[in-house]
Each structure stands twice: as C-alpha cells, then as structure tokens.
Design a protein around this ligand. Sequence first.
Ligand code: G6P
Length: 486
Amino acid sequence: RSLLASHLHGDELLVVSNREPWTHERIGDALLVRQPASGLVTALEPVLQACSGTWIAHGSGNADRECVDAADHLMLPPGQQDYRLRRLWLSEEEVRGYYDGLSNEGIWALCHLAHVRPVFREADWQHYRQVNQRFADAVIAEARSHNPVVLVQDYQLALVPALIRQRLPEATILCFWHIPWPTPEAFGICPWRNEILQGLLGSTILGFQTRHHQQNFLATVERFLEARLETERSSVFHAGRETLVDSYPISIAWPATAPDSARQRQLGRETLGITAGQKLILGVDRFDYTKGIEEKFIAFERLLEKHPEWIGRLCLLQLAAPTRSSLADYAALSERVARRAMQINNRFGRPGYTPVTLLVEHRDQAAVRALYGAADVCVVSSLHDGMNLVCKEFAATRDDEQGVLVLSSFAGAARELGEALSINPYHTESFADTLQQALCMHPAEQRERMSSLRRQIHDANVYLWAGRMLEDAARWRLQARMHERL
Ligand code: G6P
C-alpha cells in the first residue's frame, strides 16, 4: 500500500466509474452513509485511499445532493478525506437508457453467459453515448494537468477512453473491464460493437480479469476492426495509436481489518441462531442472475435429500443485496429464489428449524465480515463472473484458517484460488456432493487449504493490481518519449 503512490511518479490521478464509493441516504431524520455492494468499489476504494486523487461517479443516493459543495464535490470534515469525490447527476431518463437499458439489459447480458438475452434499443444507445460524453467532460473539467493518469472503470463507460483522448491526447488512460469479455461470435451481435471497440482503444492500457478474456477481446478486434495486432507486445495498433491489452486479476486490500477473536465468531453464530451441533453454509452476493443463487438453493435441497442426517443440523444463510431491481429479469429472479427458499423450508423445516434464510438487504462491511467469521462453508456459485471478490474477502477474513470455500469454476477467481473446492453450479448432483465434502472436511485439511488461499490473496492484493497497471503505464510512457526523441 505504501509503495502504490510512488508508481504514479507525481502525476495526477483521476478515477471515473458509474458507481460511487459512498452514497448518502436520508431515512427519516437520519443521514446514512453507505458503501454500495459492488466488486468495483471494494477494489478501487483502498487504491484511492492510498493514492489520493479525484473519483468521478454518478451520485445515486437520495441525499447525495445535500452533501456536496457548489462544484459537486463531496464535503467532508478536514482530515477525513483521502481523496476527492466528484458527483455527476443523471436524469431519470438518462439512468433508464444508459444504465438500466444499454449497460445492464444490453452489455451485461451480452458479456455474461447466463442465458439471458441481451436487449439493444436505439434510444438506450443514444443515452449511453450522451452519458459517456458527460463523464468524459467531467474528467476534462476536473483535470488540472494536460497529462493526468485516468483510470476508467467498466462496461458502463466503454466510450470514455476515446472521448478523453480527443481532448487530452497526452493523458495516460488505463481502462479496466471488470466483467467477462465473450467470444467474437457472442460480442458480434451487438449493433454498436465497432463503436464500443473503438471507444476502448482510446486507452493506453486496457485490462481484463483473465488471460482468457484478454484473448477474446483481441480476437474480437481482429474480427471486426481494421487493426494490427502485435502478439508479442500484446498490443493493438488502431487509428494511428497503440493500446496495450493485458490481464490484471483484481483483488482486495490486504491486510483486511483487525482479526476476529474466537469469542467474536462464537457470538456471531449465536446471534444467527446457530446452535452448538449445527453447521452454517453462507452465500453473500448481489441479487443478480449471474450469481447462481437459485442453483445454490437447488443443490442445498439435493444435499438434504441425499443426506437426511443434516436435517435439523444444517442451515443455509443467503445474503442477497438488492441490485437493478427495476429490471424484469432481476424481479423475476428474486421471485423464483424466494419461492424456492419457501419450498425447501416447507419440505424440511420444523418448529425451531428453518433450513434456508434469505436476507434481501444491504449489510455494511463489518456485518458481512461477522457472517464470514460465523460460517463453516462459504459458497460462491456464479454462473459466470469476471473475478468475484466475495471468495477473496471470505478467505481474507478467516485468520483462524478454518472454514471451507466452495467456488464456481466459472468465476475468474477460480484461476487463482486452486485450493477452493471447485463446482459446476449447473450440475446439481456434483454440487451437492461437494457441499457434503466441504461439511465433512477435517480441520487440518481446512487449515492447509485456507492458509494457502490466504497466502495467494496476500501476495496478489489490490495494491499489486493497481501497481502493475501503473508501472506498465509508466514504462509505456517512457518508451513513447524515447521513441519521439530518436
Ligand atoms: C459489477 C460491475 C460493477 C458494478 C457492480 C454493482 O461488479 O462490474 O461495475 O458496480 O457489479 O452493480 P451496480 O449496477 O449496482 O453498480
């Protein structure tokens, strides 16, 4: 963490994302400060704390406007601010078209293999273009120098790199795509595929979570654009400039906060109503169809069928943070999942025993950590996921080196976390068997696996992620300068 700022070599840092790191919500007389459930925010916030700079994002909390100054910067008492937060206001219509429509019904569905058909509406695309222009304008307005380092985040802002490049040609633009990138065939159905590719290629460096997604992107460029690929440098020459394209697996801050004591863990279990002879399986996800929550419930039901000895002794607690709730696919999912939980409880529950608890709510970081500490098994069953940081947070929390991680092989994190028990969430039978294996794992094996997971996350933490991108950018700029001089 302490080295990260030095990778900037004194240059100014700007971050731009759709989601903001903090929202302000007014509930009655109380003003609540909340960190949204978003892997992007979990990863980026510690980076900004370490480097300072300005973060530009959509102001989405109902009291956000109460907490900014005339320039839309968040006002915090002196000493409480590691970086500046500049809020950008979007109209309801813009949110519907740019965020709900093109970003989430279009690109999100396009890039995740979860069998949800992407929707492409011309009007949404027009809003997407307009809002991307507004974010780029905000970056230009915030920049104090002609060559800042700008970190552009994710699929909501694919056009922003090229838009910034037009106005600040000397900026170092690092764009990170947090979600998967599909094959050229899959991406090719997007009516605006070329515009999106060209927008991204305004970047100096374009980062993906895994080598596989990076390769898919390069193949997509090759298929649809007049561009030259330099395989050795892993770069693309397009419209007279070069963009480095590489993989940078994202992570979380390390160390996680202060370790929990055994007593705190025990208290956590008691608060959840877990008795001495019972075990707890935990799920923590945004309530998104890509997360495989329904598949998790189905596998849990199968486990109780196959191993009735668990009835009365095993609970599944699923925390599902509401997200994008105005969209039909999300509303349908939440109905299906609630119905499934009820069915399982009707079938296997009895007085004093509720097998499945579904909590559809937002919990703050400390409360989520308490859940991680209380769990015997944490299950991440994504149908497709760029990285997934819940699995890394669970392991980072478990300094007692106990607890078992069950992880979908379709999450980017599976490539790094080989000591997790791997599942295919589509295959109920083997998923249920893996849950059984996790529940029966000897503490010594738990320790061995958990300490190795923790070592991996410690070594490849989010400071390394940001540091690698910043260092690659610094090297790139140096080479570019030398080239000019020759
Ligand atoms: C994923 C995306 C992020 C997004 C997060 C939460 O992690 O990659 O860009 O912020 O989901 O989704 P939301 O739509 O609530 O921002």
